[in-house]
Design a protein around this ligand. Structure first.
Ligand code: UD1
Length: 379
């Protein structure tokens, strides 16, 4: 088997890391090695959105960097396709492996499927049933042209079966993002974030805080939508200071809409109230921040899963989730996007302490990548 593994955007890096490691481990002990070429599309390119993650997670330097950068959906997807096709022509892989639901995922899957190269999709079958989300289109299309579909939760298998995808293509293996979390959890606790950000009080304690992340176009690209969400966060932050690592897209919008005055920089200290912004954080600092938070408010998919395993209350600022297991097994609650909805969800999730005693979802145990490679080794 000759494999090309693809990453493009920040949430891909923690998913590919354990797969690269498990392939390496397989190759050390097996007489039938898997040749694995790593391609970075360059969809994310800022130091703090990309390179830092390679360093912290020990991901090998990509063999090929397509350097596509930002653009409209069509421009970005088309540019990845044009450049990735050339790589497939020169490398001649038998299989490609894509993760998640970003534009790089569908772009590379589409190129490979049309060249007769087998497509492996990790984190297949998740559905929000909301076609206004660009990621939902990416998920449905990628799954429909994939040959091997690795799933993280039971709902995904049901979704794929409903869409007519044969059982023989579907493998329930668990969650590679959680492999990475469990591997790095202890190291993250040694993060110097709290010292560097001056977050400890005079008795060397870190006061209680919440964490906010926002980057979905539907939440941040429209001034009314963003204003509504921030209205809720300003209320919450009167009682619980909120730390807000700001995605580059969101930072641009905050500046454009003249909303910067709602925030202070974390570097000037964490008071007992207010929303405190920082640059995007690296994986280890962010994991440390999540682990000790009293509450997380987010529109991210992956953070709903991470807080489930960490047992931290999570308020999801969206109308739907493609990850229902985070609600049935985890600490997640869907808040919608109105000020009232977010305030109500924050209050109730704070009171739902019993959620913290729930078990992790099935197979979110740190061995998902090994299960994937065991299947690949048999191809
Ligand atoms: C992408 C994914 C989304 C994922 C998110 C995680 C798609 C459709 N969306 O959204 O599913 O949850 O990544 O972050 O693939 N930018 C920078 N530096 C960077 C990257 C982006 O400044 O390194 C800015 C650019 O202005 C860019 C904007 O952020 O136009 C959006 O980047 P893009 O890759 O289009 O989508 P994300 O919002 O990051």
């Amino acid at each position: 088997m000759k494999l090309i593994s693809i990453v493009g955007a920040r949430p891909n890096f923690m998913k590919i890391a354990p797969i690269m490691e498990a392939v390496g481990e397989h190759n050390r002990v097996s007489g039938k090695p898997i040749k694995n070429v790593l391609v970075h599309t360059g969809q994310h390119y800022d130091e703090k959105m990309s390179r830092l993650f390679f360093e912290e997670l020990g991901i090998p330097r990509p063999d090929v960097d397509l350097g596509v950068g930002s653009g409209s959906h069509a421009e970005q997807t088309a540019e990845v396709m044009k450049r990735f096709e050339k790589v497939c022509l020169s490398e001649n892989p038998t299989h490609i492996l894509v993760v998640g639901d970003v534009n790089s995922t569908i772009a590379c899957a589409l190129v490979a499927a049309k060249m007769g190269i087998k497509v492996i999709h990790v984190e297949a079958g998740l559905r929000s049933f909301d076609r206004t989300m660009p990621e939902e289109i990416n998920r449905v299309l990628t799954d429909s042209i994939s040959d091997y579909l690795f799933t993280t939760e039971k709902s995904a298998e049901e979704n794929l079966a409903r869409e007519g995808i044969g059982q023989e293509k579907i493998f329930f293996v668990g969650n590679v993002m959680i492999d990475t979390l469990l591997k790095h959890r202890d190291k993250a606790m040694a993060s110097s974030l709290f010292e560097c950000a001056g977050m400890r009080d005079s008795s060397d304690r870190v006061p209680g805080y919440g964490v906010l992340t926002l980057h979905r176009p539907s939440n941040v690209d429209d001034p009314a939508a963003l204003g509504e969400i921030l209205g809720a966060l300003i209320e919450i932050s009167k009682e619980l200071p909120v730390i807000f690592p700001v995605h580059p897209r969101t930072r641009k919008k905050i500046e454009e809409f003249g909303l910067a005055k709602s925030f202070t920089e974390l570097s000037s200290g964490l008071g007992s109230s207010g929303i405190h912004t920082t640059e995007p954080l690296g994986y280890l600092d962010f994991l440390a921040l999540l682990s000790s938070a009293k509450m997380v408010l987010t529109d991210s998919g992956g953070i709903q899963e991470e807080t489930t395993v960490l047992g931290v209350p999570c308020v999801t600022i969206r109308e739907n989730t493609e990850r229902p297991v985070t609600i049935t097994h985890g600490t997640n609650v869907l808040a919608g996007t109105t000020k009232d909805g977010i305030l109500k969800a924050a209050r109730s999730s704070f009171e739902r302490k019993s959620a913290q005693e729930k078990m992790a979802p099935p197979l979110w145990d740190g061995d998902a990548a090994k299960r994937i490679v065991a299947v690949l080794a048999g191809l």
